[in-house]
Design a protein around this ligand. Structure first.
Ligand code: ZN
Length: 425
């Protein structure tokens, strides 16, 4: 059966190119979160004639949702005559800012050789196109299949997914009674199965001082020097401690197999002047300095320990450093997620990779989080993976591209997965 399916998919090369280009040409930049509705409608109009019921769902009240920038999501479902499992493909349609350094039009979708260029090409409009082509080829080959197929196109993954998958999960769309298998076509590579991701904890730390005239700093208390002591303690104690902790999760790349932390931002004293300003600085001792930290933690650590470790370090400074005072505000937290290697969707996609590509699948986990967290934690659906075409390292970079052959290869795997799950013998 598979050979016929694979032949159908190979014949859709021009179609997968055109669909990927059309998706890239809708500049669904996030922030601000624009053109979601247009992108959802493009997918809905394509799937409706193939027997899908399509539902546009706005995440009203979600962060960022306004009348100017509404958070629209599409859920398309096709129910077969015979009972069976539901297989759901979830793709986020938002893309990150363009940034500098492009040599192609970021929303042009230029095809050069085997590559399609554009913001979102690999992360992850190429994955969305591959899943649609896989489903269409499967339906042509097996109109009498069992169960149901869903394709969702969702908002805001790049900013946490609260206006997208989290909203759908809260509304019951990922209830395990309704959906049994979820594949998220993020760009992990066509022969790799991503089982989950590390956790994340974002916090703002502020050190407090006392304002005074800059010519007499001894009359005040410099909050930036206190922050310097915090950064020193990070270098001396925290970074070495994190580097010594390793996870059993197959996180890629290797550097992310340990605990990590990025310091996103630092602000202290008077606000920066605009570039080119000729204004001179006022003479003040800063009474506040703030940093934002992005702490990625391992499934073995636990979020309470991560927070306690940070507070312990800061309380240690408070006990030993004169006048040291701080406040800590949590900005966001994401718990790690890990699907069991024996889960049905994992083993089915693994077998499909062997069938379609003759390759042994590698199991990986993502250094950063993606929408699996909401499907797992809010939706309580554990049978979920990320699997899709593209090179992860190209995500968010200038001249982002996706390979046409990679998309077709992963469409073969997705189509074969549908055959294994929705064709009861
Ligand atoms: Zn993505």
């Amino acid at each position: 059966m598979s050979e016929f399916l694979f032949t159908r998919i190979e014949a859709k090369r021009d179609e997968i190119v055109a669909l990927t280009q059309a998706l890239i040409q809708i500049p669904t930049l996030n922030p601000p979160g624009q053109f979601y509705r247009e992108c959802c409608e493009l997918v809905a109009e394509r799937l409706a004639p193939r027997g899908f019921s399509t539902e546009l769902v706005r995440a009203e009240g979600a962060p960022g949702d306004t009348d100017r920038y509404p958070r629209w999501n599409l859920v398309a479902r096709r129910e077969a005559a015979r009972a069976g499992d539901c297989v759901h493909f979830n793709s986020h349609i938002d893309v990150v800012e363009v940034g500098h350094g492009w040599t192609r039009a970021p929303f042009g979708g230029a095809l050069e050789g085997d590559r399609i260029y554009g913001r979102g090409a690999c992360d992850m409009k190429g994955g969305l196109a591959a899943s649609i082509i896989a489903v269409e080829a499967f339906l042509e080959e097996h109109p009498d299949h069992a169960g149901a197929i869903e394709i969702s196109a969702t908002a805001d993954e790049e900013t946490g997914g609260y206006g997208g998958v989290a909203h759908l999960a809260k509304a019951g769309y990922f209830d395990p009674a309704r959906v049994q298998h979820v594949i998220i076509p993020e760009p992990l590579g066509k022969d790799r199965i991503c089982l989950g991701h590390r956790g994340g904890w974002w916090a703002e730390i502020e050190t407090h001082g006392e304002i005074a005239h800059g010519s007499m700093p001894f009359l005040g208390d410099c909050a930036i020097r206190h922050m310097g002591a915090v950064l020193d303690a990070f270098e001396r104690d925290l970074f070495p401690a994190m580097a010594a902790r390793h996870t059993d999760m197959p996180v890629i790349p290797d550097g992310a197999r340990q605990s990590t932390m990025n310091i996103n931002a630092i602000h202290g004293g008077q606000p920066e002047e605009e570039e080119g300003s000729t204004a001179l600085p006022a003479h003040c001792v800063p009474d506040s300095c703030r940093i934002t930290v992005d702490r990625r933690f391992l499934i073995e650590e636990g979020i309470e320990a991560v927070e306690a470790e940070m507070r312990g370090l800061l309380d240690g400074l408070k006990a030993t450093r004169e006048n040291f005072d701080y406040s800590l505000r949590e900005i966001n937290r994401v718990l790690p997620s890990m699907t069991d290697e024996g889960a049905p969707v994992v083993q089915t996609v693994r077998a499909a990779i062997a069938d379609a590509l003759g390759a042994e699948a590698a199991f990986v986990a993502s250094p950063g989080s993606y929408d699996q967290k909401h499907i797992d934690r809010i939706g309580t659906l554990k049978n979920c993976i990320a699997y899709g075409p593209g090179v992860l390292e190209l995500a968010h970079k200038p001249d982002e591209w996706v390979g046409v052959t990679d998309m077709l290869d992963s469409a073969r795997v997705m189509g074969r997965t549908l055959e294994r799950l929705l064709l009861p013998d």
